[in-house]
Design a protein around this ligand. Structure first.
Ligand SMILES: Cc1cc2nc3c(=O)[nH]c(=O)nc-3n(C[C@H](O)[C@H](O)[C@H](O)COP(=O)(O)O)c2cc1C
Length: 193
């Protein structure tokens, strides 16, 4: 790796920011780009080689099925749901050209603490976002009700998996807003003994 490669990699990491999934348009990652993003996401620290992450790529043609799964799960849990709530579920299912659902598949029986397994899932999430950014796409990690519904997790994943997040990728339809970032002094301490 040359000095310039290193500098541009760092600049990539410090320039990433999220876009709003609902404002993403085509193009999104193609099949090769998606494979590259997933490869990056699988190359994360993973104590005990447990691979506590699974990636569910939602096929472009499966968005209507996702909408049905969200609406059915939501109304089963909240039979009194109003139209606006259901509309939010419907539109969530159709955001952005590309959607990957990251599932945490934690191994309770392992001697590796669950906390460490969860950290590895978070690392996979971050690699996914950074890889998407490296390819020129904007990403957005969303959770909300769909990520905490056991019914949704059962429809999207396998037994024992929970949703770590919905990762939307595409092209930003409008300029991204910067958000306030913490000053290094507020979050970095130098421990000197
Ligand atoms: C675990 C997790 C879940 C999140 N869920 C949501 C969400 O449901 N809705 C939302 O608006 N932002 C959510 N966010 C925040 C966005 O993904 C994003 O980080 C933030 O809006 C902008 O910060 P960034 O530009 O540094 O990515 C979540 C972040 C994390 C880490």
């Amino acid at each position: 790796m040359t000095f310039n490669d290193r500098a541009s990699t760092l600049s990539l990491l410090t320039s990433r920011r999220s876009g709003k999934a609902r404002d993403m348009v085509a193009p999104g990652p193609d099949a090769d780009e998606l494979a590259a993003m997933l490869a990056a996401a699988m190359r994360v620290p993973d104590h005990g080689k447990l691979a506590p992450w699974r990636f569910v790529v939602v096929a472009a043609g499966a968005r209507a099925a996702l909408e049905a799964a969200l609406v059915e799960s939501y109304t089963a849990e909240k039979p009194e749901a109003g139209r606006a709530e259901l509309e939010a579920m419907r539109s969530f299912a159709h955001h952005a050209p590309c959607l990957i659902v990251l599932m945490a598949r934690l191994r309770e029986e392992s001697h590796i603490p669950l906390w460490e397994q969860q950290l590895s899932v978070g690392a996979a999430a971050m690699q996914l976002l950074n890889a998407g950014h490296a390819l020129g796409y904007v990403g957005n990690w969303l959770t909300g009700w769909p990520a905490y519904s056991e019914a949704v997790a059962a429809r999207l994943g396998e037994a024992g998996e929970r949703v770590a997040g919905f990762f939307f990728f595409g092209t930003a339809a409008k300029p991204l807003e910067e958000r306030p970032r913490p000053e290094p002094g507020a979050v970095v301490r130098h421990w000197t003994g």
